[in-house]
Design a protein around this ligand. Structure first.
Ligand code: GDP
Length: 265
């Protein structure tokens, strides 16, 4: 019996350790909860154990195939196992955001990040600024994580999906425009932060300012505009893909997001 128990515990631990975690972030109202519910629904035949109140187990739906299983046959137990992932939902409320960003610098187990936004809301300046600031901080945290990574523990390269949600609304901006607007918004955040640092630096006149400034600067140096392609240098790809989690009486359409998740599973 002890041997069986031991084997069971070992297998449980091994299974838990290999389930990849996708961190779900974004301003509140974007659709994170709705997406979590949708992803969790795929697991009806699974035992779903929540490791924390904010973590749900999810299952990649058919016909999507995890990249790691392209050479496996559907009967292979490893194939089924590879469809499993965890979604770690985080509060979008401003004051709670640092939880998400601090998790990024610490957590070794985050496989990828899904940044959910309301593609209709960001047509407004204030919502765009809010979203851009949040995304800026996420990307900066990833950049720091990459720069400061000394050991080989955990993935250094964390891809980001900007899930442009609510595409069913006629006021929603198309994917390409969501991308442009966010890049523009992030450029402005970068500029504002740099100015604030300079003003603060002038008051302190410390010599370390230049180093700190560099550390706080997202993407390549220079004053030009930011684009997501700059993140490649720190091992992060950013993809903007449209979808809608819920719409009218019909179910939503998030096929592009599943495909993206599949590519990173
Ligand atoms: P969260 O704050 O990011 O967790 O956002 P929620 O999941 O609570 O969603 C906020 C609101 O947007 C809810 O009323 C959802 O029903 C609605 N919502 C979510 N996804 C969609 C979508 O694809 N289209 C539309 N029209 N509404 C959506």
């Amino acid at each position: 019996l002890p041997i069986i128990l031991h084997a069971f515990l070992y297998r449980t631990a091994a299974a838990t350790a290999t389930v990849p975690t996708f961190l779900l972030v974004g301003p509140s109202g974007g659709g994170k909860t709705a997406f979590t519910t949708l992803a969790e629904r795929n697991t009806t035949t699974q035992t779903h154990t929540s490791t924390t109140p904010l973590t749900v187990s999810a299952l990649l739906p058919f016909p999507h195939v995890p990249a790691s299983s392209h050479y496996r046959s559907p009967g292979d137990p490893a194939f089924e196992r590879s469809r499993r992932f965890l979604l770690l939902d985080t509060p979008g409320h401003g004051k709670l955001r640092h939880h998400a960003t601090s998790q990024l610098t610490d957590a070794k187990s985050i496989k990828a990040i899904i940044f959910v936004i309301d593609a209709a809301a960001i047509a407004e300046e204030s919502s765009l600024n809010d979203a851009a600031e949040y995304l800026h901080d996420i990307l900066l945290a990833l950049q720091k994580r990459h720069t400061m990574a000394t050991s080989s523990k955990g993935p250094k390269e964390v891809p980001v999906l900007v899930a442009a949600n609510k595409m069913d609304l006629f006021t929603a901006l198309p994917e390409g425009l969501v991308k442009k607007q966010l890049e523009k918004g992030i450029s402005e955040v970068r500029g504002r932060r740099a100015r604030a640092l300079k003003d603060g630096g002038a008051a302190l006149s410390g010599r370390d300012d230049e180093v700190d400034e560099e550390r706080e600067w997202l993407g390549e140096g220079g004053e030009g505009s930011f684009d997501f392609g700059m993140m490649a240098e720190v091992g992060t790809t950013v993809d903007v893909l449209g979808g809608n989690v819920v719409s009218g009486k019909e179910g939503g359409e998030v096929g592009k997001w599943w495909e993206w998740i599949a590519e990173h599973l």
